[in-house]
Design a binder for this molecule. Structure first.
Ligand SMILES: [Cu+2]
Length: 155
């Protein structure tokens, strides 16, 4: 008996679907208008978004070379006078790069391993290193451990 009941259930279904069709047709007209409006609004919003970031990369790329927020110069093997400025100061999120003004290869390597430029050839500048944590970082040249400096990173 319950099986018959459930079979009777779907029977009026098609009738209801017809009514739904008529209703959904009206709905579709309204939805279409709303959709079109949303589309225009959305396209306006999305077209302005990519436009604003575009000038930024263009302006930045004009520089050509590698730029860092905080440049530090490697003067050469001179103890705690090897790097300048020393101590140097950067903020969390800023980039620091070391330029090797000497005639031999050097590195700038944090004593605790927080950062390491790797070998910087004479006249070259290291890749910019982003400072992600505040602190006072002593660093040295891995090739010439007597070369020492300090980088203070503040919030
Ligand atoms: Cu060195």
């Amino acid at each position: 008996m319950p099986i018959v009941d459930s079979e009777t259930g779907p029977a009026p279904g098609p009738l209801e679907v017809r009514t739904m069709d008529a209703r959904s047709l009206k709905l579709t007209m309204g939805t279409l208008a709303l959709f079109a409006f949303t589309l225009i609004a959305a396209s306006c919003g999305s077209s302005s978004s990519p436009t604003s970031p575009s000038p930024a990369p263009g302006g930045g790329g004009g520089g050509g070379g590698v730029t860092a927020d905080v440049p530090i110069t490697i003067n050469g093997m001179n103890g705690n006078q090897s790097f300048s400025p020393d101590p140097a100061t950067a903020k969390v999120g800023q980039t620091v790069a070391w330029r090797n003004a000497d005639s031999i290869t050097h590195t700038a390597s944090a004593d605790g391993g927080a950062f390491n430029t790797g070998n910087i050839a004479p006249g070259a500048t290291s890749s910019p290193i982003t400072m992600t944590a505040a602190g006072s970082f002593g660093y040295h040249c891995q090739i010439h451990p007597s070369m020492v400096g300090t980088l203070n990173v503040t919030q």
